[in-house]
Ligand binder design. Sequence first.
Ligand code: H2U
Ligand code: ZN
Length: 346
Amino acid sequence: MPAFSLADHPHRRYNALTGEWLLVSPHRAKRPWSGQVEEVPSEVRPPYDPACYLCPGNVRSSGERNPNYTSTYVFDNDFMALLPDTPEGEVRQGDLLRASAERGLCRVICFSPRHDLTLAQMTVEQILPVVEVWAGQTLEIGARPEIGYVQVFENKGAMMGCSNPHPHGQIWATEHLPNEPARELARQEAYQQAHGRCLLCDYLELELARGERLVCANDHFVALVPFWAVWPFETLVLPREHVTDIPCLDVRPRQDLADILRRLTVRYDNLFQVSFPYSMGWHQQPTDGDEYSCWHLHAHFYPPLLRSATVRKFMVGFEMLGTPQRDITAELAAARLREMSETRFR
Ligand code: H2U
Ligand code: ZN
C-alpha cells in the first residue's frame, strides 16, 4: 500500500478557524460532468443604466432618488432584514421552543458610480474609497448601543443571487453575533488560551513558510487558499499585522488592502475568463464593547465555480446532511490561482 498523501487519498481536514471538518476526495477530481451547466451572463453593460436602482441620479423602489455620486454611496437598505426599533421580546417553552427579538440594520454600499465596473476592473485608487467606507461604516454602526456585530459583505453575480450587476456590497449589523463569527470567536479564544498566541498570526506564519497555498501578497496583506477550504477556489485574505478590524488599519495597510483586492479579483476573473461570482465578507471583532484582542481581521471569498464558467459546485446530498466535501485540493486550487495574470482578460 502506498503511503498516505493529501494529494491522492480521501481524507478529512480540520478547519482550525471554525472547529469543523471537511472531506477531501482528490482521487475524484476527474469525475465526468453531465449535470447542470450555468449560463454565462453577458459581460457588456453600459456605464450608466437608466433602469438600475443603484446608478447615480436614479430613483429606488422607496421613491428616494440617489444623488449624483462620483465615488462610493451608502444608503439604508429599503428592504432591511433587521430593524433598529424592534421591540424587545422573547418566546420560550422549555429548551425546545426558543426565540428572541433581534435588532439591527442593513445598508447598501455602491462601490462606484459606474454601472459597468467590478472590483476587478477598478483601479487601486478607485477601490481605496470602498475600504474607507467599510472602515467608516464599521465604526459608525458598531458604536450604536444595540449593535453587537457588523457584517460587511459583497454578493457578486447572478449565480450568487445578486439582484443587480452594479458594483455594490452590503452591511447587515446585528445585536447578537451571527453563527460563523461566533464559531470563529470560540476557536480564536481557545487557541489564545492554549498557546498564548493568535491563531491566525500563527497560521499565516505557517502558510508563508510553506508557500504551497499562497495566491498573492504585498507588504501588509496575504491572499491564500486555506488548508480547510470547502469551496473550490475559496480564499482567505489576511493582514500580516495583528489587527482586530478594518478601522484599526493604518493608511498604508488600507492601500495595500485595495491592492490585494484588485489583484485577487483579477486572478479570479482570469481563471475562467468571466466576471467571477462569489460571496465575500469581512470577519471583524464584535462591537458589543467587550475585549476581543484574540480576533484577527480577515476576509473570506467563497466562489461557487468549480471547473469552468458554467459548472458550479452544489452543497447538496452528503454535504447538506453530513459534511462539506471537495475534490480538487486546496493546494491545486492555489497553484491555479497563483499562475493567473494580474492583468484582467479583455
Ligand atoms: P443584492 O446585493 O443581493 O443584489 O441586494 C441588493 C440590495 O439592495 C437588496 O438587499 C436592496 C435590496 O433589499 N434594494 C434597495 O435597498 N432599494 C431598491 O430600490 C432595490 C433593492
Ligand atoms: Zn447601475
